[in-house]
Ligand binder design. Structure first.
Ligand code: 9D3
Length: 248
């Protein structure tokens, strides 16, 4: 995967892409990440990239010329890859969207700042718009890092275990079960006996039930779309009955 990231703050990306799974993916040639400072394409003496909004109202808007120049000089005209604008108005980023994006050989990520980009960028340059959730960030950079991270780990060969993406929480529609490591007793708090039993079938059953229970408690919205067995439905029915009994 070849990523082109267009931003006014390329230095934000440098430390994160230098570590961990992303760094390994780059070293192994599985992900190429090219950072482009939009300001480099501003042609005036002071390299101005923003201006006041037509119609007034305060705040600043990213000018269209440097954004078009940056994207078209790197990707051609029309751009030979999807141009994704990170914006609060975009479609919500989910694991399904990450999988969709991971299928492209190349992606351009365009990070907005200020109030946003001139509408003509959105209409005539951008091909997709993504938001990472309903909270207010100061710009698109952190959102672009989220997309970069989620997409990169899905690329073939990036994770050691080729089946890892299929085991992800959200891949099977349920939250993960609890995890424990040594020591077996820490400050008097014990690792559940079942995990030390060596009985793999029992462990798998316990983990699945914990997964289901957590999802039922914390993210019941996910259960509607999760593939549940007859036994799962029976467990949930029992928990629902217990909850009704507890409320008396
Ligand atoms: C304070 C300005 N807001 C008007 C009420 C609009 C606004 C403009 C620009 C709010 C946030 C931003 C900057 N955010 C992003 O560029 C952004 C974002 C986000 O804020 N939340 C979730 N996903 C994303 S993707 C890009």
């Amino acid at each position: 995967m070849h990523f082109d990231i267009f931003t006014l703050f390329p230095e934000v990306f440098t430390p994160y892409i230098a570590v961990s799974i992303i760094a390994r993916a780059r070293e192994r040639g599985l992900a190429e990440i090219h950072l482009h400072n939009i300001r480099d394409w501003a042609t005036d003496r002071h390299h101005v990239v923003d201006d006041e909004p037509y119609g007034g109202g305060g705040g600043m808007v990213m000018k269209p010329e440097p954004v078009f120049a940056a994207v078209e000089s790197v990707l051609g005209s029309p751009p030979r890859a999807p141009v994704i604008l990170l914006t609060p108005q975009g479609r919500l980023f989910t694991q399904a969207v990450a999988r969709e994006l991971a299928a492209f050989p190349r992606l351009a990520l365009l990070c907005g700042r200020y109030e946003g980009v001139d509408e003509r960028v959105r209409q005539h340059l951008v091909t997709d718009e993504i938001s990472i959730g309903d909270y207010v960030l100061t710009g698109g950079e952190l959102a672009a890092l989220v997309v970069l991270d989620a997409v990169t780990r899905l690329l073939p060969g990036v994770l050691g275990d080729p089946d890892a993406p299929a085991k992800d929480s959200h891949a099977n529609g349920l939250l993960e079960h609890p995890h424990y490591t040594r020591p077996p007793v820490f400050r008097g708090w014990e690792v559940p006996e079942v995990l030390r039993s060596g009985d793999h079938a029992r462990i798998a059953r316990w983990r699945h039930e914990q997964s289901l229970r957590r999802t039922w408690e914390r993210r019941p919205d996910l259960l509607a779309r999760a593939p549940l067995s007859e036994e799962d439905h029976a467990l949930i029915a029992r928990w629902e009955a217990e909850r009704r009994a507890d409320r008396g």
